[in-house]
Design a protein around this ligand. Structure first.
Ligand SMILES: CCCCC/C=C\C/C=C\C/C=C\C/C=C\CCCC(=O)SCCNC(=O)CCNC(=O)[C@H](O)C(C)(C)COP(=O)(O)OP(=O)(O)OC[C@H]1O[C@@H](n2cnc3c(N)ncnc32)[C@H](O)[C@@H]1OP(=O)(O)O
Length: 206
């Protein structure tokens, strides 16, 4: 199963581009907000603006099958606004490589990326690779992250993920985030190919 077969929604190309621009602007807002000083006037103004966004968006909320977020194969990280943008430079069935830049929004402290955001990226990239290699949706059973060095924000990092081994339904996938020669973090995850009755997002006990 190809990336497009697995993730492509039936959105028009120009709508996809427009959504990509929306997410880009949202990320720019998040990064600037995370870096703003205490400024009561700006805070009150922004809070009022955001309340009007909420009034505009909430009446249009739709179900998972009709939402756009995370369902756009053509955009970085499926156009999932929660995720740091990974720009894939090469993808084969058992390896993905790309660059990622974490903005100020993802900072934990000391101008370094929050550890949870590092794991978030691993879950996405390792999970997608597992799903592509398995030819069907997988679910994370465990995810282990080793933080080897601080991961800097606001700079291009290399991200790579590869299939380590496969045992039946169990896909063991590894990854690395590097800044130049420095390995910032290593990830290792076990992803279970879902059984037909498990479906997408359905609980196993259902
Ligand atoms: C037309 C438009 C289409 C557009 C498509 C749109 C969108 C795209 C859709 C989807 C996006 C897809 C991917 C998204 C990409 C990334 C997302 C990241 C993935 C996640 O973020 S996902 C959420 C977090 N994830 C969970 O919420 C899991 C909760 N959990 C469970 O759902 C179950 O727990 C499960 C399923 C994991 C296993 O349950 P199960 O019943 O299937 O399997 P079972 O327990 O029998 O285990 C079988 C064998 O695995 C071994 N095993 C199991 N667990 C283990 C562990 N932890 N450690 C070591 N070994 C383990 C056993 O020991 C046994 O091993 P053995 O066979 O050798 O004995």
């Amino acid at each position: 199963m190809s990336w497009e077969e697995m993730f492509k929604g039936d959105f028009a190309a120009e709508d996809v581009r427009a959504y990509g621009t929306l997410v880009e602007n949202l990320h720019a807002v998040q990064n600037a907000l995370a870096a703003m000083p205490m400024d009561r006037e700006a805070i009150d103004g922004l809070a009022a603006d955001l309340a009007s966004w909420r009034d505009r968006l909430e009446p249009a909320v739709t179900d998972e099958q009709h939402q756009v977020n995370g369902r756009v194969a053509e955009l970085p990280v499926r156009g999932h606004a929660m995720l740091p943008e990974l720009r894939v430079s090469s993808r084969t069935k058992d390896r993905v490589e790309g660059t990622v830049r974490f903005g100020r929004w993802f900072m934990g402290g000391g101008m370094a990326v929050h550890g949870g955001a590092v794991s978030l990226l691993f879950d996405e990239v390792l999970g997608i690779l597992a799903s592509l290699a398995a030819g069907g949706i997988t679910r994370t059973a465990y995810l282990h992250t080793d933080y080897r060095a601080l991961t800097p924000i606001d700079t291009d990092l290399e991200a790579v993920a590869w299939i380590d081994r496969v045992e039946g339904r169990k896909w063991f996938v590894r990854g690395e985030i590097r800044h130049g020669d420095v390995v910032c973090a290593e990830g290792e995850g076990l992803f279970l190919r879902l059984l037909p009755e498990q479906g997408l997002g359905r609980r196993t006990e259902d």
